[in-house]
Design a protein around this ligand. Structure first.
Ligand SMILES: [Zn+2]
Ligand SMILES: [Zn+2]
Length: 235
């Protein structure tokens, strides 16, 4: 990451290598300007910071040509950072002493890393739980099935009972995100979504029509439905 680093050429000394800053002639190297003032109350000394050396007492006569006498430069530094398992979006990490170098020989500040978690293609995060959208066709949902659900590691076997409805949630314990503090992990929540079939073949259509007849299709011409029955009751 790019950051403010000590200038490599002058080592932060701000002068060209092999040159020395000179004693400030304006203040005689003290960094202060003292002026004696006379007033009706007597005389007093007014001390002000020397404006030529800005209080340093030294003046750089040959500024380092890389950093133009600033002592620091912008440079990219690579850091290897280990993020703890379980960090979430918006978390902040502080790397002590890895920040910018102070301009006048001060130590390094801290580096703050703002963490943004990219969305996963299979899982949504809910705290330390992971949500997985489990798509079932109507036969699987109606009859039940044993299947494998993906996890962050190996797929896990899951038994879907007969008569599963859309929105039902099956819990795979301990397959979520590790808790940041303390041991253990969240769960993987497989949320069932029953898909209505589209683009049926002639055979599939025939089978469904048979099923519809067997189930006694609600809303068919011979069935008045709930509205019809209410009307009958009122009439
Ligand atoms: Zn320099
Ligand atoms: Zn001075």
């Amino acid at each position: 990451m790019p950051g403010i680093e000590q200038c490599a050429r002058c080592g932060g000394q701000r002068s060209e290598p092999d040159t020395q800053p000179e004693k400030c002639g304006n203040c005689g190297g003290t960094g202060e300007l003292r002026r004696v003032q006379h007033s009706v109350f007597g005389q007093f000394v007014n001390v002000a910071m020397c404006d030529r050396c800005r209080g340093e007492g030294r003046v750089i006569t040959s500024p380092c040509r890389d950093c133009r006498g600033r002592g620091v430069e912008e440079r990219t530094r690579r850091l290897q950072v280990k993020f703890p398992a379980g960090v979430d979006d918006g978390a902040q990490m502080r790397l002590s002493g890895e920040g910018a170098v102070g301009q006048h020989g001060g130590g390094r500040g801290d580096l703050y890393i703002q963490i943004g978690v990219r969305p996963h293609k299979l899982f949504q995060r809910d705290g330390d739980d992971l949500i997985y959208h489990l798509e079932l066709n109507i036969a699987q949902a109606a009859l039940g099935i044993e299947l494998d659900v993906p996890t962050l590691e190996e797929p896990e076997p899951l038994r879907i009972p007969a008569g599963t409805q859309s929105g039902e949630v099956f819990v795979v314990r301990g397959k979520g995100v590790p808790h940041l503090r303390g041991g253990g992990r969240g769960d993987l929540l497989a949320r069932a979504q029953v898909l209505t079939p589209k683009n049926l073949s002639a055979e599939q259509k025939r089978l469904l029509e048979e099923l519809a007849e067997s189930l006694g299709t609600p809303g068919a011409a011979d069935d008045k439905g709930i509205l019809g029955r209410i009307k009958d009751a009122l009439g």
